[in-house]
Design a protein around this ligand. Structure first.
Ligand code: HEM
Length: 155
């Protein structure tokens, strides 16, 4: 397969509509959850759609989160100071996997490995950036996640 023939994770998942189904299902679970529900008690009703836009952009879809929603800086601002704990992060991940299964995102090993790779990475960064005194970069591009294996971290 040449590079031009490799579908994006966004296309493989089923496009924007698939991410909207995912986040609608996910945030219904989140709001009913005793451990992380309270963090989201005052969220904007459009929050699920905004996170779907973010995920679509990360996985190779249109850059609407950047053009319409303030991109990385806006996402980051929502996590600063939230002091997310590891049990809360793990619950977020578990509920997202449950939602991915319920809305029938593709379940082939390659897609799920790539999808979960981003979710692990993103939730660990969200936790770190949410701690009191954290000083993450305030500006950065929205990450672009693909099928490949991530290279080792070099600080
Ligand atoms: C891959 C991991 C994650 C992604 C991609 C993500 C994405 C986002 C985005 C895009 C927003 C802003 C939405 C907007 O534009 O309105 C947001 C807000 C938020 N996120 Fe995350 N997030 C992640 C992990 C987490 C985790 C692990 C937690 C906590 C357990 C969390 C808690 C929140 C909260 C509380 C808000 C603000 C909700 C409100 O409007 O009140 N996030 N997230």
């Amino acid at each position: 397969m040449t590079d031009e023939q490799v579908p994006t994770l966004y296309d493989w998942a089923g496009g924007g509509e698939a991410f909207e189904r995912l986040t609608e299902n996910f945030y219904r679970k989140v709001l009913a959850d005793d451990l992380i529900g309270p963090l989201f008690a005052h969220m904007d009703p459009a929050h699920p759609r905004h996170v779907a836009m973010w995920l679509a952009e990360v996985f190779g879809g249109p850059a609407h989160y950047t053009s319409e929603r303030g991109g990385y800086a806006h996402m980051l601002a929502h996590h600063l100071g939230k002091a997310i704990t590891e049990p809360q992060r793990r619950r977020w991940v578990s509920l997202l996997v449950d939602a991915a299964d319920e809305v029938e995102l593709p379940d082939d090993p390659e897609f799920r490995a790539a999808f979960m790779g981003y979710i692990e990475w993103g939730t660990r960064l969200a936790l770190a950036n949410s701690q009191p005194g954290a000083t993450p970069p305030r500006e950065a591009p929205v990450p672009q996640w693909g099928w490949g294996v991530a290279p080792p971290y070099q600080g």
